[in-house]
Design a protein around this ligand. Sequence first.
Ligand SMILES: Cc1ncc(COP(=O)(O)O)c(C=O)c1O
Length: 391
Amino acid sequence: MLTAHRMQALPPYIFAKIDQEVRALERQGRSVIDLGISDPNQPPRNSVTRALSEASTTPASHRYPPIRGAEALRRQIADWYRRRFQVDLDPDREVLVTLGSKEALVHLSLAVVDRDGVVLVPDPGYPAYFMPHALFGFDQATVPLTRRHGFLPVVSTVHAGDLERAQLMYVNYPNNPTGAVASREFWNDLVREARRWDFVICSDLAYADLIYEGRAVSVLEIPEARAVSVESITFSKSYNMQGFRLAAMVGSEEILDALWRVESQINSGVYSAIQSAGVRAMLDGPDPEVLESYRERRQLLGQGLAELGLEFEWPRGAVYFWVKIPSGWPESETYAKRLLQEAGVAVTPGTAFGPSGADYIRVSYTRPLNDLTQALRKWKILSQHTALDRK
Ligand SMILES: Cc1ncc(COP(=O)(O)O)c(C=O)c1O
């Protein structure tokens, strides 16, 4: 065997797997509507692509970029935090530009977790949070997100032995996959727990701008958070720049310095022209039409899912419905598979986000209204199944 033992335990990246199944059906001439992946279908603003193309012709753009990120972008990010959250960041010491947020979220564990440390991961949670365990072998303890607690993690439910060894906790609001949003009081309490048990909070603020009720709160709004927290922001969702691979981690200088040391051994920064496009994106802000389109999609999809008799909470943020599978179905993977094969609608089985997802599927609304209408029409086939057909 030429591959490492850990590869046997490493699940295939679920969205790549769904994509393969979708392509296989399409090769058979079937049309599939993909509500599985969260790949925003709308383009970035013209001003952003123009900034990219102009910056790419400047002589310096082909050089290695500074690993901490271009100064202009770090300043822009600090300005955004001041405007948006009244949080002051030092752009030289408290902002680190990263190659998209996914890699930085995973690499952060190398910077803050020891061999005998524990990573606290939300269940359900974005699959990258499970990678420090799967790839680097760190112990992990799951923190359940239950409907009863508004899909917020309750630290006191974690075993004290795990909390004593905990060195990092991933937290994500607005939340993928549940659509929950966290209040300032929640962050206040969590920061207190982090200080008590001495672990780092990594707040993943990927959906900062995709919010329908309430507001997105930055962990750094809590005065005591700076010493124990970092926060990840990305250009993927707010600005439809997911192909650019541009994000940043901000917060504790000590933690960011450690992450920078890890990153500088593995990556060599983000292409300068992309960083210039990022400056433009932040100056122009998210496109209000794009935000409005998400509201419309959420409304249409939510109404349609309710008419199908499915059970869910309306998402307050992000771009997903976290939907309970109807009773009589054995678990989410079977339901998702049958929905794909019989109706031609791809959704993500909840188990992709952790064991607690066994009774759920995630339905994403990053597709246009037309696709959502068609998907809901096709979906009816499955709701007509009798109990016997559901096995
Ligand atoms: C919660 C969350 N964090 C991070 C990411 C990754 O974003 P990026 O494109 O910056 O790697 C995603 C992508 O779907 C996400 O849902």
